[in-house]
Design a binder for this molecule. Structure first.
Ligand code: WT7
Length: 573
């Protein structure tokens, strides 16, 4: 990354929702944001109502809410249609006896039914656990067990990955299919047809549950990050000032709802702001994405560095074949946005790509670039109005400009996670310095208050914008009959940010070979998930370990990158 702290990309001539950043920051008051919602008066809230049904009363019932397409389907839904369909689904769940606070997982590829099921569940106050379609049986089982989920919505293709005999709490398996569904499961299609279009919304408290998003840490099982209704304040506010959504926008967030970007910004922020939301199913290809942008006349586009790098790799000519003139605002999240990508975006799209920083745990955007603010390529931007961020040392002292330290956020903010499911100790770790949330990222700040990302402090791997915990991969690897021990690291990669590299020592009787590497990679792909499978494997006679037996990923990384290994006082021999 070539960073030039003096480089600036000036503000585009437009009239953004937020004018001067400084003024907005100085005068900000969350209670003004609250006034947007009906619960400002009633005290009772429901995310699905605020995102969908509210628009019916405000004259947007016939407005297009969802433009869905994939290689086989091409559909559009108004706010009214989504309202009625989600009413039906909430009645389906009510009939099954589901109640407020119970956990239901949605495990399926993007489709209109996914969005209907999610909204319908929320109408009943059910807490939704979105699960990315690439997860395989172990990953699915771990997440359902941890959250004692009682219901799941899935498709026939994914059904075999749900091991019902190992999931004692799972009572209802709802299958979305045009055909009949297997014995012992519930047909989404039949139940929806039989359900009433009128529904009783469950009115909730602001601190009642919304979602559990599972994410990775460096050790142990995946963490169930629990979010509450109150997050809508942040989703609405950032949808307005960061996504800059306006009445006539056609907005496309390319993330899957299995990840937090796909819910906070693929569902809530656009619909709370009444925008038309594009969802494109199927696989990524530059041609497909440009066709999608052109066809719908997308105006606001939220994607990720990996995708932008792949689009860049496809060449400028591929852009020139499309009319992308509708685009007026482009944003990025998930990993560092390289300055050269920002420069390239300006050249080929005529657009500034606005980097945004946040995490599953934060529930919404926290440090961002805004239409009304100069961009410094390579910087994540400045904290949103209403939020204070800082670089602090391990004792909680704020550090001066250009000193690297913990990227921390002053607590609380509306969309902050409220717990890690089943794991209060893990939750507390984020708040170990009083008054601050410790992100686990390291960064520095410059004299203008812009933040610059440096890296993760822990061993979490960010591959193509997806977070992978090394421990989960290592645990799967050692289940392979040939693997004695495994250590997993993120290896820098020009396209994916990082790739997963596994160092493996073999059991007696196994010899290193390319076939064995392929077999081990396939084993992880089929047992855990495709994105967690190592792209590189290296066999070692022995792995570096501490005297207490912990594999030293830090040393593996130093080997890989030809760096000094640092303090080895705890190494085994
Ligand atoms: C981690 C969070 C919620 C967005 C999707 C990722 C990294 C996120 C940026 C950015 C550099 C970034 C951080 C963070 N990250 N945005 N703009 N620049 N790094 O959510 O899976 O919870 O991952 O992604 O390391 O801690 P996530």
């Amino acid at each position: 990354m070539s960073i030039d702290h003096k480089e600036r990309i000036s503000v585009a001539a437009a009239s953004p929702n937020m004018g001067s950043y400084e003024e907005a920051h100085a005068s900000f008051d969350w209670s003004e944001v609250e006034k947007q919602f009906t619960w400002h008066e009633t005290g009772k809230v429901n995310m699905a109502f605020e995102a969908i049904d509210r628009h019916l009363a405000e004259g947007r019932g016939q407005k297009t809410a969802l433009l869905y397409s994939d290689p086989k389907r091409d559909e559009s839904y108004t706010f009214e249609q989504l309202s009625l369909l989600s009413n039906r689904f909430s009645n389906v769940l009510r009939k099954l006896g589901l109640a407020k606070g119970e956990r239901l997982f949605i495990f399926m590829p993007r489709s209109p039914e996914l969005y209907v099921a999610l909204l319908g569940s929320l109408k009943l106050g059910v807490v939704v656990g979105p699960l990315f379609e690439a997860f395989m049986e172990t990953a699915v089982k771990d997440r359902l067990l941890d959250s004692t989920a009682t219901a799941i919505v899935t498709t026939p293709a994914l059904l075999p990955r749900i091991k019902r005999d190992e999931l004692p709490d799972l009572k209802h398996v709802i299958v979305v299919s045009d055909e009949g569904v297997p014995e012992g499961t519930i047909s989404y299609k039949d139940e929806m047809a039989a359900a009433s279009e009128e529904a009783q919304i469950e009115w909730l408290d602001r601190e009642d549950g919304l979602l559990i998003h599972y994410t990775s840490g460096s050790t142990g099982k995946p963490k169930g990050v629990f979010h509450v209704q109150n997050a809508m304040l942040q989703h609405y506010h950032t949808g307005r000032i960061v996504l800059d959504l306006k009445e006539d926008d056609v907005y496309w967030c390319t993330a899957d709802p299995g990840w937090v970007t796909g819910t906070s910004y693929g569902i809530f922020a656009p619909w709370l702001n009444g925008a038309t939301n594009v969802v494109r199913g199927g696989r990524f290809s530059p041609q497909d994405w440009y066709t999608t942008l052109q066809r719908y006349g997308v105006t606001v586009w939220y994607s990720a560095p990996t995708a932008f790098r792949m689009l860049m790799g496809a060449g400028d000519d591929s852009v020139a074949q499309y009319d992308l003139s509708s685009l007026r605002h482009v944003l990025s999240v998930g990993e560092p946005l390289n300055p050269e990508v920002v420069r390239w975006g300006l050249k080929v799209y005529g657009q500034r790509i606005h980097d945004t920083w946040w995490m599953t745990e934060t529930g919404g955007q926290l440090i961002c670039n805004y239409p009304s603010m100069e961009i410094k390529p390579g910087s994540m931007g400045r904290p949103i109005p209403g939020v204070e961020a800082a670089i602090i040392d391990d004792a909680g002292n704020e550090l001066p400009p250009y000193r690297m330290g913990n990227l921390a956020v002053r607590t609380p903010w509306p969309s902050m996670m409220r717990k890690i499911w089943n794991n209060p100790a893990k939750y507390e770790e984020y708040f170990r310095i009083p008054g601050w949330y410790i992100s686990g990222d390291s960064a520095y700040r410059d004299e203008d208050g812009y933040f610059w990302f440096q890296g993760r402090i822990d061993d979490v791997i960010n591959t193509a914008g997806e977070r992978v915990g090394p421990f989960e991969v290592e645990s799967k690897l050692v289940e392979h009959p040939a693997v004695a021990e495994a250590g997993v690291i993120g290896k820098p990669d020009p396209m994916r940010g990082e790739i997963i590299k596994a160092f493996i020592s073999l059991r007696e009787g196994f010899e290193p070979s390319d076939e064995l590497k392929a077999d081990i990679a396939r084993f992880v792909k089929e047992g855990l998930s495709a994105h967690a499978s190592p792209r590189e494997i290296e066999f070692k006679d022995k792995l570096p370990k501490t005297r207490s037996g912990k594999i030293m990923r830090r040393v593996l990384k130093a080997w890989e990158l030809d760096l000094p290994t640092g303090d080895l006082s705890t190494i085994e021999d």
